[in-house]
Design a protein around this ligand. Structure first.
Ligand SMILES: Nc1ncnc2c1ncn2[C@@H]1O[C@H](COP(=O)(O)OP(=O)(O)O)[C@@H](O)[C@H]1O
Ligand SMILES: [Mg+2]
Length: 264
């Protein structure tokens, strides 16, 4: 199972990716991948938050990048665009609760340039390796743009969850991601309606999803308890497991599991 989580900044990707990873990790081996520049997935996974300052994201491991991508040992600007990377996840992953491991990829400073520089080559190759070759459940917290997804890699993603809120800017970005996902032949796209205040916001998302011809896998209510967790630096999965939001994410987890059983 390879699950990518995408959507507008602030939509709830990190909360949802992290919480799903925790639910999956009770039953499966899980590799959670942080591919967002803010690198805060660790907080929603409930791992020691002090670790965050000790982690160097792969995208900033300059020596490793140079070692793997250099061709002639000079700084001629020529580099290997398909470096060997399969040993990297096991070397740099960090152990979390249950059967959970975290790998922090980070991103490149200029995400929108799509530059074909050496760090990008390494991240692209790593994502391909993680999505096409690993046996674990892989859950990726993506930056909005999906820049690092090559076409061949995207085909290995079983499910893309697009986290959406019921307002124009969020829906616009979701629409772009849906189009991109289609173009890249990602197998299945589901919408997740987050921050749902009332039946009206639910209806807005449902009607929009119908127009887009995409299924909504679940709705997560706006839950003030989450704000409290944020302020107190607590992980919702551990601190408020019975809250409406975490229970809603649990139902999404069950549906995903069911989806895979029927699908494979
Ligand atoms: N359903 C919700 N109810 C209340 N607050 C939420 C909800 N979902 C997310 N949040 C809060 O919104 C903020 C952004 O969420 P986050 O998961 O970091 O978004 P993203 O990763 O998409 O930028 C966080 O403070 C999070 O706790
Ligand atoms: Mg995030």
């Amino acid at each position: 199972m390879k699950i990518a989580v995408a959507g507008k900044g602030g939509a709830g990707k990190t909360l949802i990716a992290g919480t799903l990873a925790r639910f999956f990790a009770k039953d499966f081996e899980v590799l959670a991948i942080d591919n967002d520049p803010s690198m805060n997935l660790i907080y929603s996974l409930g791992m020691n938050p002090n670790l965050r300052n000790e982690i160097t994201p792969i995208s900033q491991m300059n020596k490793l990048i140079e070692e793997r991508t250099s061709i002639d040992g000079s700084d001629s600007g020529i580099y290997n665009a398909n470096p060997s990377v399969s040993d990297i996840p096991d070397k740099y992953k960090i152990h979390g609760p249950d059967n959970l491991e975290l790998l922090v990829l980070g991103t490149i400073d200029e995400p929108n340039t799509g530059c074909f520089c050496a760090p990008n080559a390494l991240i692209r190759s790593l994502l391909a390796d993680l999505i096409l070759k690993r046996n674990e459940v892989v859950i990726i917290d993506f930056e909005a743009g999906l820049e690092h997804l090559g076409r061949g890699t995207a085909k290995g993603i079983d499910t893309m969850l697009i986290i959406t809120q019921a307002y124009r800017k969020s829906l616009d970005i979701s629409e772009k991601i849906i189009k991109l996902a289609e173009k890249m032949s990602i197998k299945k796209v589901f919408l997740v309606g987050n921050n749902i205040e009332n039946d009206f916001s639910k209806k807005v998302i449902q009607e929009w999803a119908n127009e887009q011809d995409v299924d909504v896998i679940g709705y997560i209510p706006r839950d003030p308890k989450l704000v409290r967790c944020e302020i107190e630096s607590k992980t919702p999965f551990d601190a408020i497991p019975n809250s409406e939001a975490i229970q809603a994410i649990k139902r999404i987890y069950m549906k995903l599991k069911e989806f895979y059983v029927n699908y494979s």
